[in-house]
Design a protein around this ligand. Sequence first.
Ligand code: ADP
Ligand code: MG
Length: 495
Amino acid sequence: MGGITMRLGSHYLALSTIAWGLAVPLVFANTHALGSHTGIDGIPAIHLGPWVLDESRSIFILIWLLVLLGAWFAYNLLGSRVGRTVRALRGGGILMASFGADAFRVRLMLFVLASAYAAVAGWLFAHANRFVSHTPFSLHASIDYVFMMVAAGMSQLSSALIGSTLYIGLNNVLQDVLPLVTSRGAQVNSLIFALLFLLILERMPGGIGRPIVRLVERFRPARKIEPVSSAATKLPSRTMPQKGTCILKADKVSKRFGGLVAVNEVSFDINAGEILGLIGPNGAGKSTMFNLLTGTLPLSGGAVSFLNTPLQGKTQREIALLGVARTFQHVKLRPRMTVLDNVALGAHARGKCGLFRGGLQLDRDEEASIMAEAMYQLTRVGLAEHAYDMAGSLPLGTQRLVEIARALAADPVLIMLDEPAAGLRLLEKQALATLLENLRAEGVTVLIVEHDMEFVMNLVDRLVVMNFGSKIAEGRPEEVRADPQVQAAYLGSDA
Ligand code: ADP
Ligand code: MG
């Protein structure tokens, strides 16, 4: 079911889950072996070795043990390598692919895990009641679960406990009280929940659980910034190509949007260890070129190869895994994750621990290595003291640096930046330029796409200039500046 459903987005996903919610109980109601309309009775009590859990007190203990176990697993998972990708899912598929994660697979994994939890709950339900039919699994039940989650808040794990306690508690009270005052208890009950739902959505979009969690956060001691731990083993890293060798080759690359040729047979090389600037006036085709090189858009013509591997037909994610890291023109950090967690996402593809090792805490060594790597990259961009701040609380210029740290955490051969200086103030621009110069000194290769010519002039080794989709000049900054075609292109534009 997940394989079909999880490919859908937004409201299609919600609608299709409603369709499943209607269809599956119908199948049960019409299948004799599954109890048809009357259900299955005479289900035996659970036997655990010498214990027979045939009364509510004994199965109560088992239920709570399993609840705690499930919560412990989910809590560990969210803090692990896989859990970080779960928390980043909302950032979208392009962000996920940029550090080598597959959004569909993460969603599918969550779907299967949630199904496993539901299966355990169903098993307990059937054996506790000794009877099961399709009736309690109607669409109404799904709505109840949505209510529990939304009412308590979707952004924290504790909501599962807070929401279900509130819902079931209130429901029980109403079922006791309402019959005393009205003969239409069931209808009034539904009405009360509907009004409550509206009120919560309107007044507390973060859910009832949010203030509780805030309060707990306020009294939690601030985490101390630890220096990079030297005890953690280093993550595997790539062998970098020799300085000066050609790592990326764009050969007559073209992109057409209908009748518009946004990129017209542009060719250039990127050599290891250099900073190459791709500049041009607005609308020249730079972002389109950037998207072609990272696999975000398919080529209309020409070819790109990276480290002698043709990128033809490769997905964004596969290109990222080859060692191309990128940042985004419109910063894509997860605002409610810490800066350190955001950077650790970059190192995703360098780790191996999956769902089970994460959930059972068998990933501690690798996690220590990933965190040490993230801390090292944060130190490299000068932001170590912000490690435990929420990424969304930083100013834009600082967020750009965090994105660069995230890109560096992937141990990339080439790092590509799309208009990193846009929207930055002068001091932030200078900090960015200094950082890029330091990275070059350490052997990192950078492609910087920029509209502001002055920003790149003193920074880059070579420039490629585009205008109206074509390459009009290439060379060292002073040569390019003297080029009459470049002057003409920039004259009258606002750069
Ligand atoms: P730059 O980044 O150099 O400012 P772009 O690469 O964004 O330029 O755009 C180059 C040209 O391609 C522009 O004329 C733009 O309108 C057009 N363009 C870009 N993306 C699309 C698209 N998805 N569909 C149609 N036209 C596009
Ligand atoms: Mg652009």
